[in-house]
Design a protein around this ligand. Sequence first.
Ligand code: SAH
Ligand code: SF4
Ligand code: F3S
Length: 447
Amino acid sequence: MTPPERLAYIETFGCQMNERDSEIMAQLLAGRAYRQTSDLKAADVVVVNTCSIRGKAEQKAYSLLGRLRRLKANKPSLVVAVTGCVAQQEGQGLIDRMPHVDLVVGPQHIYRLPELVAEAAAGHRVAVAQSDAFVIPPFLPDLASGSSYKRFVTIMQGCNNFCTYCVVPYTRGREVSRGFGDIIAEVEHLARHGIREITLIGQNVNSYGLDQPREARRTFPELLRAVAEVEELRRVRFTTSNPKDLSDELMACFAELPKLCSHFHLPVQSGANAVLKRMNRRYTIETYLDRVAGLRRARPEVALTTDIIVGFPGETDADFAATMELIETVRYHSAFSFKYSDRPHAKSAAFPDKVAEEVKGERLTVLQARQQEITEERNREYEGTVLEVMVESEAANRDGQWAARASSNHVVNFTGPGPYTPGQLVSVHIDEACAHSLRGRIACLTC
Ligand code: SAH
Ligand code: SF4
Ligand code: F3S
């Protein structure tokens, strides 16, 4: 007899790693007859997949957990599971503090979620956190739900870099690379089922393979080349990488692999060497700029994006001015910027000379305003050019615009006779640069 259908609500905070983990959890729960719902009140299981990168991210999870306390008071059979980075960080403490939380499951244990949910439904509250002997199991994604043309593929977990501000090495543990063959099998499976774009994800993809014994090691550039060889794939992307590990071999991939998209997210964090040193980033601005120059030689049209933290402990006005100078030098296509936030376990939480909130706020405003101007200047460079874009929308919107994405990762809205299908590549003549996107019209007469 088939079990009665039950409903699972999954809320995802944080990065692409969490997004992919949520897809995996949804698939695992579907295997136990849990259908996904977007109606929180109707759910039998709620999974809160949390992020802890900054205080604000963690706060979002707690605010949802607050709502769930009231919900569970009216529906005691509800199973509340906390997964992701706050789960790892807090472990059993969360169960002890929050009586309405049934399960706390660290990122390494998501594959056990269905069995843990069954235990919780039977009344056992459990917390499972990090283990040292972790192996990412082989897992083939389900194609019944999710995007029909692009997917994330996790290639590694964890991070060994210990940047002094960062919680990730504590929440995701040490670097563990997934098996080369498992990754290729997943990519081939996806490509056979119509997926045209793959983004390889990990907190520090450049270190892929370095946790393996030297004789058996396959590096990230080798992996990229193998993925690019999968015939049906049209585009390959990856994220993210620490600039200190950007190797010549990886740059060569940008020169030699046409499927590798012209976008590189290269988080710099600060333009001041003294700050980079205290952040334990292990590169200087000089070596960073050297890598940027090398990348641009390998692929002149590459669009660079970055992450920047303002107000790191001890950051002076002169340090901040160096960051402003850096964005003028590199002229990033876009940047994510954040106010520094103290995190549990992170070394910098104990650093002296904390920058006042007000100063952080002022610096962030100045940085974001100038970066937005640079972004718009950069966008205007595309006016009058023809870009190959991958269609993303199922249909045109009310203004007859189709949504698509360029190799540089820009969103491109275009008009054309259509119809087009998601995943299709078409050429678009760019007429106009907008604040966050480009606008144009179909350029190829045959499409
Ligand atoms: N693995 C990636 C970073 C992932 S976290 C890398 O090394 O590049 C994403 C971004 O969040 C970081 O690049 C950083 O800019 C920001 N971030 C991380 N910890 C932070 C903190 N404590 N306060 C403010 N921003 C932080
Ligand atoms: Fe955090 Fe640094 Fe690792 Fe990125 S490289 S995840 S910022 S410790
Ligand atoms: Fe957040 Fe964890 Fe990703 S802290 S950014 S969800 S690795």
